[in-house]
Design a protein around this ligand. Structure first.
Ligand SMILES: NC(=O)c1ccc[n+]([C@@H]2O[C@H](COP(=O)([O-])OP(=O)(O)OC[C@H]3O[C@@H](n4cnc5c(N)ncnc54)[C@H](OP(=O)(O)O)[C@@H]3O)[C@@H](O)[C@H]2O)c1
Length: 325
């Protein structure tokens, strides 16, 4: 018997229960993994609440790292005892699991399981946001805007974008979070609880606005994000921390300056094994080079997943959070 967080209905944090589960042996193309660290992501809140419907009972958690305990038939590239990590496979809130190897990557030397579990999803998201999704809109030295700068994706984004030669404006909700963002690559940080974000962005950019806004907050920041863009700029709307953006009229993109909007997902950017391997390689290279530093800001025992969700939803966390089985 092993323990895992199970869900039998959608709802608040308390619908997640630590229960005994039978894990079994790996079948063809599968491995059994003893998980040592599990990543916490805002998407876990969407799947728990039901905003993104998922099958029960392994309905929450999609990122972890650990050690391979057993290898099933027809698995060529992974061996017992290897440290591996993954994201994008539901049911990650577990001590042990049997899973296919499609999304698995090896954790390289110099990167700990805890770091890998914390950054697979948020780090590969940062990789595609900066290096692929917004690339055609950007040249070295450009200034961009990122909302929730002290969050999990936020702290990685600030460092990554700076390493690529962009100047980054961040937004956040407290002086402590602003100080943390500044240590993680942001040149300017706007406290949106005190200052008007559009006015500040216009002030910093001498009235021009920015070519790209990265917005994982959604509903509450939509209008301001469009107003911060320069003509023909791109809004990358990649999340809904404050709720989904309501339906919009396309005409708004015309009146605000021939703007572009994309609503990207990591799944679509790492849709093939080749894309996944390239993205993970780029992420680990950034970490090993020291250009992107990974701190684990919060750790919770697996059974305290409800508290971890309450804190993430309540804006009490910063940076990276893991659950420890
Ligand atoms: N599309 C993709 O491929 C993809 C992949 C990964 C993540 N994401 C998205 O990226 C965003 C960040 O994810 P994360 O896991 O790193 O979370 P996070 O940024 O650590 O946490 C969310 C942050 O959003 C801010 N926020 C603003 N309004 C909020 C509200 N009403 N409720 C809660 N938080 C609010 C808070 O920061 P302040 O206190 O500073 O406001 C909070 O700390 C999420 O929207 C997530 O869904 C998208």
């Amino acid at each position: 018997m092993s323990k895992a967080i199970q869900m039998h209905e959608n709802g608040g944090p308390d619908v997640m229960k630590l229960e005994d589960v039978e894990v079994g042996d790996p079948g063809p193309g599968q491995v059994k993994v003893k998980q040592t660290a599990i990543g916490l992501n805002f998407i876990d809140i969407y799947t728990r609440s039901g905003l993104y419907p998922t099958p029960m009972p392994n309905a929450v958690g999609r990122e972890a790292a650990g050690v391979i305990l057993a290898v099933g038939p027809k698995v060529k590239d992974f061996k017992k005892g290897e440290h591996v990590a993954y994201c994008g496979v539901l049911g990650a809130y577990a001590e042990e699991r049997v899973m296919g190897v499609e999304q698995l990557v090896k954790v390289p030397k110099g990167v700990s399981d805890e770091q890998a579990a914390a950054i697979m999803l948020k780090g590969m998201t940062t990789e595609y946001l900066v290096d692929r999704c917004a690339k055609p809109w950007l040249k070295e030295g450009d200034t961009v805007l990122f909302h929730a700068a002290a969050g999990g994706v936020g702290l990685l984004f600030g460092q990554w974008a700076k390493a690529r030669g962009y100047k980054v404006i961040g937004t956040t909700s407290s002086p402590e979070k602003a100080a943390l963002a500044k240590k993680n690559g942001y040149k300017w940080v706007i406290d949106y609880t005190k200052d008007n974000v559009v006015e500040k962005v216009k002030e910093i950019t001498k009235g021009k606005g920015v070519p790209v806004v990265f917005d994982g907050v959604g509903k509450d920041t939509w209008n301001a994000s469009l107003d911060c863009l320069s003509p023909r700029g791109l809004l990358v709307s990649f999340g809904n921390a404050s709720g989904p953006v309501p339906p919009q009229s396309l005409a708004i993109l015309n009146t605000k300056g021939s703007l572009y909007v994309t609503r990207p997902s990591l799944n679509a950017y790492n849709a093939t094994r080749e894309e996944l391997e390239k993205s993970a390689k780029s992420l680990f290279k950034m970490v090993k080079s020291g250009k992107v530093k990974i701190a684990i800001d919060q750790k919770y025992p697996l059974g305290d997943a409800p508290q971890a969700h309450t804190d993430l939803e309540g804006r009490k966390t910063t940076g990276q959070t893991i659950l420890v089985p």
